[in-house]
Design a protein around this ligand. Sequence first.
Ligand SMILES: Cc1cc2nc3c(=O)[nH]c(=O)nc-3n(C[C@H](O)[C@H](O)[C@H](O)COP(=O)(O)OP(=O)(O)OC[C@H]3O[C@@H](n4cnc5c(N)ncnc54)[C@H](O)[C@@H]3O)c2cc1C
Ligand SMILES: Cc1cc2nc3c(=O)[nH]c(=O)nc-3n(C[C@H](O)[C@H](O)[C@H](O)COP(=O)(O)O)c2cc1C
Length: 595
Amino acid sequence: MLLQQLNSLSSPLSTQQVDSLKQLTANASAVELSWISGYLAGISQATLGAVAVQASSNASLTVLYASQTGNAKGVATQVAAAAKEQGIEVNLVSMSAYKTKLLKQETHLLVVVSTHGEGEPPDDAIALHGFLGSKRASKLESLEFAVLGLGDTSYEFYCQTAMDFDERLIALGAKPMLARQDCDVDYDDDVLAWQQQILTVLADTLTQDNTNAASNHGVSPMVASSQYNKKNPYGATLLASQKITSRQSSRDVRHVEISLEDSGISYQPGDALGVWFDNDLALVKELIELTHLSEEQSVSFNEQQISLSEALVKHYELTQLHPGFVAAYGAAIENNELIALSEDKSAVREFIKDRQVIDVVRQYPGAITSELLIGALRKLTPRLYSIASSQSEVEDEVHLTVALVEYDAFDEKHQGGASSYLSRRLEEGDTLRVYVEPNDNFRLPAPDKAVIMIGPGTGIAPFRAFLQQRENDGASGQNWLFFGNQHFTDDFLYQTELQDFKDNGVLNRIDLAFSRDQEHKIYVQDRIREQGQELLSWLDGGASLYICGDGNAMAKDVEQALIDVICQHGNKSTEQAQQYLTDLHSNKRFQKDVY
Ligand SMILES: Cc1cc2nc3c(=O)[nH]c(=O)nc-3n(C[C@H](O)[C@H](O)[C@H](O)COP(=O)(O)OP(=O)(O)OC[C@H]3O[C@@H](n4cnc5c(N)ncnc54)[C@H](O)[C@@H]3O)c2cc1C
Ligand SMILES: Cc1cc2nc3c(=O)[nH]c(=O)nc-3n(C[C@H](O)[C@H](O)[C@H](O)COP(=O)(O)O)c2cc1C
């Protein structure tokens, strides 16, 4: 409806409300209007969400999801929409908004959950995951359920959280409607098959069990989805991909600027941008040559015939290996060594760590058809990048901080698929497919609260967005940043901007750790220990704490340093210090964006 047509007869609003709305929006810019619409959608979703949670005691089917990077949320939304279309009353709810006492009243439950860390639940699942494993959880003998897990077969603890939910529900007496379905990163086909199976089961059960199933009573809202998402990305324009490390640096880190003009896309500091990418054509040509196949050979993709070359450039992973490739390729070329290797889970994980598809094909040549090669590969999935800008500052642009993945292995240079696309192959003015992945588990507190940001390397990205937002909000809360990298002169990302933030008082404290500028390596965790007393007094005074960046070593070392600081300066035992951090986390005052 156009604003001019808006009146109290054509809307649920009073004349006074209509006037206020017209006044508010009359002179707003496109970006402001887009922000207001997102804000109102958020409020409406929260209100309806509360209704949904209350209504769940009567709901025939509850779809509970927990997602860290949006996939499980997308899958749960899709399954719930399909159930609703089939006339099944459905209550779609995030685990973070779910009251555990409602479990006893549920009759049919679908759990869609991913796994993060090293076999750990996503943030939104922690409370429910803990509850189901505790003595407080009561028997759920009248519950029927099914679990769908999202994970990645390259990880040791594949779909561990889904496994935990499945086992715990069974232990509480609930009855599985289907065996658990674990899905790898290219999950679309498996999800669709599971969805069809479970909806068939539910259609039978719910029509037998619930005569009200087709009624409109208690129907809950679907999660609002923006026009652009993972499956329907926006064709954005690359404005700049500028190297922000020096020529001498061992790393190529880019500041990337992308235009979202006319898309109406809005995002918040803390969100990530999903980027679809094309593989390097030179790599594809080399692979085709090695396998003695032809570029023009046609292969089927999503029920269409396309050339092998296009399939390998646009639709399949070449730079990230997965255990399934070793098994399928080994079988296709009838290589017993690869087949035996693929049966040893830990050996195959080690084998794929630094190999790309081309390394395996080079090391184990053999005759293969294009269909078997394609069948052995995983479908390409987009990569996420923490957004490094605030729309209050950059309006219809979005900025990223991208480290090129580049390493030598097996006498060849290797590059990551997406990071090389963003930093080497795309030219300014080119189009790339993107979408926003919201992250409500990485949000700024109220403007008057202090924040402590720990973000070495590309971990700085969301904190650039935070600082831009705090400046534009005129936020009175104090801001403290810990940043680190290898060398001050080569790797001080956003040095001038951070200096400006410091000079104009937005950044109250900055502690730097350049690991290789002196004999002994110094990291952010060392600075945290040095500043322990002050840091703890900020936390005791209500500051929120954030960690972003490398999840393998840095995040663990930083967390250990935080525990040491809390023990030493807070006079606490290790367990008490851990509990201190857990409490901060539960109160959303300790948030992590690690990868
Ligand atoms: C929520 C989230 C936020 C993120 N934010 C950012 C960000 O702000 N900036 C950023 O740069 N990245 C970020 N990432 C990481 C990013 O999504 C990609 O994973 C990264 O850019 C690599 O993708 P790629 O396609 O270039 O590499 P891929 O093609 O995925 O290749 C990576 C693979 O190469 C191998 N490999 C990598 N390095 C080496 C090495 N040194 N030796 C041997 N093998 C190696 C490993 O097998 C690895 O799995 C984020 C990730 C997540 C989940
Ligand atoms: C930092 C990180 C850690 C992960 N750890 C695991 C793991 O231990 N086990 C697993 O099966 N998958 C793991 N994954 C893969 C995710 O589960 C997979 O990408 C999933 O699709 C994410 O779903 P979500 O977006 O709903 O969170 C990890 C992914 C990331 C980014």
